[in-house]
Design a protein around this ligand. Structure first.
Ligand code: ADP
Ligand code: MG
Length: 234
């Protein structure tokens, strides 16, 4: 990597020569084989590839949820492979937001509380987390839904709460694994717009795995996975 000049001169996340294999009994499956990808502040990237090609694996590695067998994940220019689990968790909490295909909200908590939790875990004052969470939920059009539990929200609303939770700690990168995969087209559009609005407003770097070419075409960049490597589409 080049000498660090300023935050915007280095990728927010840089995956370098990532290798990932799964071994089951006698057979070894190579999923990622020298994958490289740079994610930049304020840029949205669509990851479009068939099922089973390694999209989730790549996202988990970029999000420090999984460790590659070889290669390096740089966050803000700094390598992460030699960090302790505690240090990796710290980076995950402060710099990385993750959105899954299913919302994974805690059912017994309200929308507001679900968004507050990651901030409380980081040690913010309760009053501060209430204020920030209310602001983020309002920004995503959920101002009237803060007291609802997940079961009292529509699929699109649940996903927008999950997005609010993912950005609650103002991450530098937002990773979304088929976030609109369970939604009807109209709702998917609404949720997608919320993600794009966040990229513009906060300059977060965003990587979204999706099968939806219409949505992918509205993003800044499109990449795919071919034989375990990242290729640029166009
Ligand atoms: P995608 O998200 O593109 O559908 P995944 O990254 O989930 O692909 O999976 C890629 C391949 O790796 C699949 O063939 C899957 O079966 C395999 N795989 C994923 N996770 C594991 C695991 N923990 N153990 C063994 N194989 C796995
Ligand atoms: Mg997947």
């Amino acid at each position: 990597m080049e000498q660090q000049q300023g935050a915007e001169d280095v990728p927010v996340v840089y995956l370098h020569d990532i290798k990932r294999q799964y071994t089951q009994g006698e057979s070894t499956l190579t999923i990622l084989n020298g994958a490289k990808l740079a994610l930049w502040a304020g840029q949205s990237v669509a990851l479009v590839a068939p099922s089973g090609s390694g999209k989730s694996t790549l996202l988990h590695i970029a999000g420090l949820l999984e460790t590659p067998d070889d290669g390096e994940v740089y966050v803000g220019g700094a390598p992460t492979s030699q960090l302790s689990d505690t240090e990796r968790t710290q980076i995950r909490r402060s710099d990385i937001g993750f959105v899954y295909q299913s919302h994974r909200l805690l059912p017994e908590f309200t929308a507001l509380e679900n968004v507050m939790l990651p901030q409380m875990i980081r040690g913010l004052k309760r009053s501060e987390t209430v204020k920030r969470s209310t602001e983020i939920l309002s920004y995503l059009g959920l101002g009237e839904r803060v007291s609802h539990r997940p079961a009292e929200l529509s699929g699109g609303e649940q996903q927008r709460v999950a997005i609010a939770r993912a950005v609650a700690n103002a991450p530098r990168v937002l990773l979304a694994d088929e976030p609109t995969g369970n939604l009807d087209p109209g709702t998917a559009d609404h949720v997608f717009n919320a993600l794009m609005q966040l990229v513009r407003a906060t300059r977060v770097a965003m990587l979204i795995a999706t099968h939806n070419m219409d949505l992918a075409n509205r993003m800044d960049r499109r990449v795919s996975l071919v034989d375990g490597q990242v290729v640029e589409l166009e």
